[in-house]
Ligand binder design. Structure first.
Ligand SMILES: [Cu+2]
Length: 113
């Protein structure tokens, strides 16, 4: 009986450890949606001094180019597709980005703090 309990606690510990590491991964990942040639959200806050993943989901049917001189990133995302970029570690500050194919409406910024 006691052995069964021990095995049970080990399994529970494994589940908790797994859940914790998954949460850490999720916290490092940010989602940016392109819809109607705009970015949602237009402002993304990330921790300064830390490398993060930015997943951009283009929900429009036309291609868009995520372009940022500040972040030194440039990536074409086809209609309906997702792309994951890694950004940072960044110094505290504001970093502009835009959709180069729809500059008039597709604008946003990353705030590192
Ligand atoms: Cu460009």
């Amino acid at each position: 009986m006691q052995q069964i309990i021990k095995k049970g606690s080990a399994a529970l510990l494994t589940i908790l450890t797994l859940a914790f590491s998954m949460q850490v991964v999720a916290a490092d990942e940010y989602l940016l949606v392109i819809k109607d040639h705009t970015f949602e959200p237009a402002e993304i806050k990330i921790p300064a001094g830390q490398k993060v993943k930015l997943t951009i989901h283009n929900q429009d049917s036309t291609p868009e180019e995520f372009h940022s001189d500040d972040l030194k990133r440039e990536k074409v995302i086809l209609g309906g597709k997702k792309v994951t970029l890694s950004i940072g570690p960044l110094k505290a500050g504001s970093y502009n980005f835009m959709g180069e194919f729809h500059e008039a409406t597709a604008k946003g910024r990353v705030i590192a703090e």
